[in-house]
Write a new protein. Structure first.
Length: 305
């Protein structure tokens, strides 16, 4: 069983939309996030004069609902962010509207450490595939002693825990569906069938995400009215996650995580759909909604005993 983590969030100016600092108990790292509109205030913070890595994030104009990110490092994060705030024609970056800076409370991060972190974080973000990377390739990080590499890998694991708490999933590992059956609270295998379109899809809920499994079928074309899920479907086509199977069907080339059963069923059926009712447990026919309600009822009964 995974152990819990204690994360301390501090709203620097008392508002959730302002500057937010985050720390994990017994970790030397320090994370601070702010909207670009508060960059001037952020740069006054002493942490910004330290060595560290940073994430510039913003909406991806080419993919609705998707985030773009640039990951960098500096021995003076504040100075580098000031450079990034310039216009594109002056060597800056225009796309970002939020920044997250990761430094160390004990000031023991060196330039070599930061270069290692930058390289690994770019590689992890690319592998996760949850955001569009502005970085071209991960730079070479140079040599680090074996003990330092071990320390930095632990540092990275803590960053991967904190960022989702701040609303950034870009380093979050893809759900490992193969491991789901060993999890006592993992979902059953769900099925979605459409005899009319001769297709079937399977999925599991893993770590809070609804994952459609590789090999599942999907309708060849969007057949419903305009909907936000239509853009999501097109993104999966463009990314090669959905590929042509025959004249009527597409197929998932890899496992794909969705935020909800309805998002998954809409992509599969090519129209808006209530996936809580459409997805059925394999063998039993219980809908996703019934399965979830049964778990909630069982937990409620346990609390009242």
């Amino acid at each position: 069983m995974k152990q819990g983590k204690s994360i301390r969030l501090f709203l620097v100016d008392g508002t959730p939309g302002g500057i937010v600092a985050a720390e994990i108990m017994n970790w030397t790292g320090h994370v601070i996030a702010a909207p670009r509109s508060r960059l001037a205030d952020l740069l006054r913070r002493p942490e910004l004069a330290r060595t560290g890595v940073y994430f510039l994030t913003g909406d991806d104009p080419d993919n609705v609902g998707r985030t773009r990110v640039y990951i960098g490092e500096s021995d003076n994060a504040g100075k580098r962010l000031g450079q990034h705030n310039r216009g594109e024609d002056a060597g800056g970056k225009d796309f970002w509207d939020r920044v997250v800076v990761v430094t160390s409370k004990d000031a023991n991060l060196t330039k070599s450490h930061a270069r290692y972190l930058e390289s690994r974080l770019i590689a992890i973000a690319g592998e996760a595939g949850r955001a569009g990377l502005v970085n071209g390739t991960a730079p070479e990080y140079g040599y680090l002693p074996e003990a330092d590499i071990a320390d930095m890998e632990f540092f990275i694991e803590q960053v991967r825990i904190v960022l989702p708490v701040l609303g950034l999933d870009l380093l979050r590992e893809r759900p490992r569906v193969a491991a789901a059956p060993a999890n006592p609270v993992a979902s059953p295998l769900f099925e979605l069938k459409s005899p009319k379109h001769r297709l079937a899809a399977t999925a599991r809920e893993v770590d809070g995400e609804f994952v459609v499994l590789a090999g599942s079928g999907a309708r060849r074309a969007w057949g419903g009215s305009a909907h936000a899920y239509r853009a999501l479907r097109q993104q999966l086509l463009d990314a090669g996650t959905l590929v042509a199977h025959d004249d009527e069907r597409l197929e998932f080339s890899e496992d794909q995580a969705f935020s909800s059963p309805s998002a998954a069923s809409a992509v599969v059926l090519g129209r808006a759909d209530n996936g809580r009712l459409s997805w059925k447990a394999a063998g039993g026919g219980q809908s996703y909604a019934d399965w979830q309600n049964a778990h909630v009822a069982a937990a409620t009964e346990k609390e009242t005993v």
